[in-house]
Design a protein around this ligand. Structure first.
Ligand code: ADP
Length: 252
């Protein structure tokens, strides 16, 4: 696999009323094309700051992030993002929400691709429904379609299933695994749920407490496709416990 996304000494200070807040410190990593990486770490360690910087939504104070050797200096169609909230406009139907980013960019929506994605995530037939008529899981499926509608090579997911119940989360994890296996997009996934990170990823990055640095990388070489039952495997439970202890160590 070739290295596609390169984070080089990413450092971020936020300016706050009480002074500078050091969120990220010289964070460096290379992420292979088509890899599935999860980022875990203590609350407030800079995970979202890192992801938003990769998305081009935050400027770094120093350091740089490149995709295919090209510096990321703003949002671009090569990088899609899914947030914890589905962020759907309540007065627009599902399809109008998915088409919204195309409207903003004054581009014609990629209807064939959108329809294919809607079918893929089980939302065909729901196009004219409004967000209030859709469950939380369905709204997140729609936001995955929206993020993939531009056919990005990288998909960033910031705690996407944190607000969902456990069964829906399992369903969504299986769906994300299938989409990843089918499309081989590079996925970077933030979660507080270590089992979810281990289930989905080929690598789990543990970040240090703020200012965030890369503390450890765990390789998860369990065969795919994976089933939720994998999480009962003693070897996997041991890995989950190791990662949990490592996160606790970061906070002490
Ligand atoms: P995480 O995602 O790991 O919980 P964040 O990246 O959201 O961490 O935040 C890292 C630190 O930066 C936290 O202390 C947070 O309060 C602070 N922070 C995040 N965004 C801003 C902002 N826009 N302005 C000031 N401080 C911020």
């Amino acid at each position: 696999m070739s290295i596609k996304l390169e984070v080089k000494e990413a450092t971020k200070f936020y300016t706050t009323k009480s002074g500078n807040l050091h969120a990220l410190d010289q964070f460096s990593v290379g992420i292979d094309s088509g890899d599935f990486v999860s980022i875990v770490g203590p609350s407030g360690c800079g995970k979202s700051t890192l992801l938003w910087s990769i998305a081009g939504l935050h400027d770094l104070t120093s350091g740089e992030i490149t995709l295919d050797g090209k510096k990321i200096d703003g949002p671009n169609d090569q990088i899609g993002m899914v947030f914890q909230e589905a962020n759907m406009l309540p007065w627009r139907s599902l399809i109008k929400n998915i088409e919204f980013p195309f409207e903003i960019k004054k581009k014609a929506p990629n209807t064939a691709r959108i329809n294919e994605l809607l079918k893929r995530v089980g939302l065909s037939g729901f196009e004219t429904k409004y967000p209030r008529e859709l469950s939380g899981g369905m709204q997140q499926r729609a936001s995955i379609v929206r993020a993939l509608s531009f056919d990005p090579s990288v998909l960033l997911m910031d705690e996407p299933f944190g607000a969902l119940d456990a069964f829906t989360r399992d369903e969504m994890n299986l769906l994300v695994q299938e989409i990843w296996l089918e499309t081989k997009k590079t996925i970077i996934f933030i979660t507080h749920n270590i089992a979810e990170a281990v289930f989905l990823s080929s690598k789990v990055f543990v970040m240090s407490a703020r200012p965030g640095r890369l503390a450890n990388v765990y390789e998860i070489d369990y065969p795919r496709p994976r089933s939720i039952e994998m999480l009962s495997d003693p070897k996997i439970i041991q890995t989950i416990n190791q990662i949990r202890s490592n996160i606790i160590e970061q906070t002490n």
